[in-house]
Design a protein around this ligand. Structure first.
Ligand code: DGY
Length: 315
């Protein structure tokens, strides 16, 4: 029997693979993140950690756990919160949750595409605050989604799932990725994609190469009528540059589910016009979040049993 730290409360049934294998779970009553000091102190006392993207599992935590800790299973597909190189150095496996959240996240990206293009947040805020004085032909004039050119940046599973939805809306879909995907609509140069797209949707993982991938220069390449949607990771976009682009009308609108310093949202984005903001809910359906917890738990269980799970990203 191994000891497994579960850093946050997970959906019911999410820990079943570990429970059924008879492991001892160290669960928490409060659904708040552990402090970094608590993670460092607990790491040497457990064989596995099941964590969330809000937990910074850095070299200090992994070094503290080295010797006993065998696996860190992140209940997320993105794992930029974990120092994978350090984990590998200490022989600690890292697992994530690929495949199970693609469609749910693509649904949310499409929600933002529609809501931002049609100015849904501004219109709803006026209605709720009593500012709507009746139908007007010049009110809330958004941009059509049907027939628009969608530029998908990053053409992995989630980017492709968004592209499938776009086809149903009669959109033309272009995409950019680091390597030629071999799919129709591939654009080699990001700048070209940005200048051609009416709506740009970001689906790249966060890495040193993608940090501030969309900054002032990239926003300037976009059409003044363009809409930017980010459901990937906040730091992929330079938020100050984006706020400025929205304030000056350099781009038309934005839909954001992720932020540079979550849970803080830059005050200029909170005040920016034509902006739809959501609190990182891309994968937030009960079924998907439960599946994510289960696949992470199954990854941890497998490593603890000496198996190599399919969802291992470092070993
Ligand atoms: C992930 O899995 O990386 C998401 O951001 C969580 O929804």
């Amino acid at each position: 029997m191994s000891r497994v730290l579960v850093t946050r409360r997970l959906p019911d049934g999410g820990l079943d693979p570990l429970v059924e294998a008879g492991h001892e779970l160290i669960e928490r009553d409060k659904d708040t993140p552990l402090s970094h000091d608590e993670l460092v102190a607990t790491a040497p006392t457990v064989d596995a950690i099941v964590c969330l993207l809000t937990d910074r599992i850095d070299a200090e935590v992994l070094e503290a756990g080295a010797g006993r800790l065998r696996v860190v299973a992140n209940v997320a597909v993105g794992y930029d919160n974990i120092d994978v190189a350090s984990a590998t150095e200490h022989g600690i496996a890292v697992c994530n949750t690929p495949g199970v959240l693609d469609e749910t996240t693509a649904d949310l990206a499409f929600l933002l595409i529609l809501a931002a293009s049609r100015l849904a947040s501004d219109a709803e805020a006026d209605l709720r605050d009593g500012r709507w004085e009746g139908w007007g032909i010049n009110q809330y004039l958004g941009r059509d989604v049907h027939g628009a050119v969608l530029g998908v940046v990053g053409f992995g599973r989630i980017g492709q799932a968004v592209a499938r939805r776009a086809t149903g809306f009669g959109m033309e879909v272009l995409h950019h990725a680091r390597h030629d995907t071999g799919f129709p609509g591939y654009i080699v140069d990001l700048d070209d994609l940005l200048s051609l797209a009416d709506i740009v949707s970001l689906h790249v993982p966060l890495s040193p190469e993608t940090r501030h991938l969309i900054s002032r220069a990239e926003l300037e390449r976009m059409k003044p009528s363009a809409v930017l949607v980010n459901t990937a990771r906040g730091p992929v976009v330079d938020e100050v540059a984006l706020a400025e682009a929205l304030e000056t009308g350099a781009i038309f609108a934005a839909g954001l589910d992720v932020f540079e310093a979550e849970p803080k949202v830059h005050p200029r984005l909170l005040a920016a016009p034509r902006t739809v903001l959501l609190p990182h809910i891309g994968s937030a359906s009960l079924a998907t979040r439960t599946r994510m917890a289960r696949i992470a738990s199954e990854g941890a269980r497998a490593v603890l049993s000496g198996e190599t799970p399919a969802n291992v990203v470092g070993a």
